[in-house]
Design a protein around this ligand. Structure first.
Ligand SMILES: Nc1ncnc2c1ncn2[C@@H]1O[C@H](COP(=O)(O)OP(=O)(O)O)[C@@H](O)[C@H]1O
Ligand SMILES: [Mg+2]
Length: 357
């Protein structure tokens, strides 16, 4: 058996103008807990096209992982209410059966986790684990699966793949384990890869290598990627599009170029000011976003960011505490904020930009 054919999109990889492979509309995810209903994701819409990367950023607890576990169909249905639409290549996943989702997971869509040890079993060799995923979805023989595992280890840059294929995860370094997990995620040439903080646990050099590897594989195969991170530097390096999440909602969306150059939402300003300078100017002092994220059981009325926002008094009519600002239009560049576009531009140029260095 030969390895799988390259997806058709490969030729148009990176063009970004394709029909989305993943289309999420008005997605809400709610958990019933003893303390009340947690609105972890609220009315979220986004698209990811073949050959492109969407970076999802936001503080811890903003709903990034919950969103992507919903796409993968990995929430426990008993205590989770999921509404809206998640279309993967036109197929509706909200309400899809476990059997349908099992067929897609690992094959059409796959996940790269932050900690490879949660995905890799300590009791089986790396080769066996990569091979099994391939076997399960393609019905390949043991020999073919082993060959495929070696091919994948070669592709992700593991030295001496023909011997390392028989190693156990603990015999690999952290960076190599992450490469092995990427090999496992990509073994069936999935068309959508969700990488949840894939490099957070790695040192800076290895992090850069892994991100470059993902980019190379994407160009080769035309994969659509969702990259979840709290690090805007990682997004700047790898993604074309960005969605900024706050309290389970998208507060800003656009191309990476636009959003990093002229961010529109006060929360994005805060995130940018709280990060080591993207331009490498280390003299600019960091300012963490003041305050803490709201409770997802009792969200503030109006804009969920209003208790932490420095600009609410400038909004004529004081809508920030009474009315939730919409993120409109549903796709394309947008910011969910009551400030007018002209006000945002003035504030950004006068007050925010000088801070960013
Ligand atoms: N199964 C669950 N039950 C109740 N609350 C949950 C569950 N999973 C996640 N949450 C809550 O949902 C919110 C978003 O979590 P998550 O998506 O993991 O954030 P992050 O942006 O850091 O990935 C958090 O407040 C988290 O505590
Ligand atoms: Mg997370």
């Amino acid at each position: 058996m030969t390895t799988q054919a390259k997806p058709e999109e490969a030729s148009s990889a990176g063009s970004g103008g394709d029909k989305p492979f993943l289309s999420v509309r008005d997605l809400s995810v709610r958990f019933s807990t003893e303390d009340g209903v947690v609105r972890a994701v609220d009315n979220l819409s986004f698209d990811v096209s073949p050959g492109t990367t969407l970076g999802i950023v936001g503080e811890s607890g903003s709903g990034k992982s919950v969103t992507n576990l919903a796409v993968l169909g990995l929430h426990n249905p008993d205590r989770t209410e999921i509404t809206g639409s998640i279309k993967l290549d036109g197929q509706e996943l909200v309400g899809a059966s476990n059997r349908e989702l099992e067929k897609l997971r690992g094959k059409t869509m796959s996940m790269i986790f932050q900690d490879p040890l949660t995905a890799l079993s300590p009791y089986h060799t790396i080769g066996k684990q990569i091979g099994e995923t391939f076997r399960k979805h393609t019905g390949a023989s043991k020999k073919e699966s082993r060959d495929r595992a070696i091919e994948m280890l070669t592709r992700v840059g593991i030295p001496q793949p023909t011997t390392r294929v028989d190693d156990y995860p603990h015999q690999f370094s952290g960076g190599m384990r992450q490469r092995a997990m990427i090999a496992m995620s990509l073994v069936c040439d999935p068309k959508l890869v969700i990488a949840d903080e894939p490099t957070t646990a790695l040192d800076v050099t290895v992090q850069a290598q892994i991100l470059d590897l993902l980019k190379d594989l994407q160009q080769e195969m035309g994969t659509a990627i969702i990259l979840i991170t709290h690090d805007l530097g990682v997004v700047a390096r790898t993604a074309q599009n960005i969605m900024v999440m706050y309290a389970g909602r998208a507060v800003e969306r656009g191309t990476v170029r636009e959003v990093l150059k002229t961010p529109q939402h006060p929360y994005t300003w805060g995130l940018l000011s709280s990060m080591p300078s993207l331009t490498g100017d280390v003299d600019v002092p960091l300012r963490p976003v003041r305050g803490t994220p709201p409770s997802l059981i009792n969200l503030p009325t109006g804009c969920p960011f209003n208790p932490r926002c420095d600009f609410t008094e400038q909004v004529i009519g004081g809508g920030c505490t009474s009315e939730r600002p919409p993120l409109a239009p549903a796709t394309g560049p947008a910011a969910a904020c009551h400030l007018s576009a002209a006000q945002r531009q003035d504030i950004f140029i006068d007050q925010i930009k000088p801070r960013l260095g």
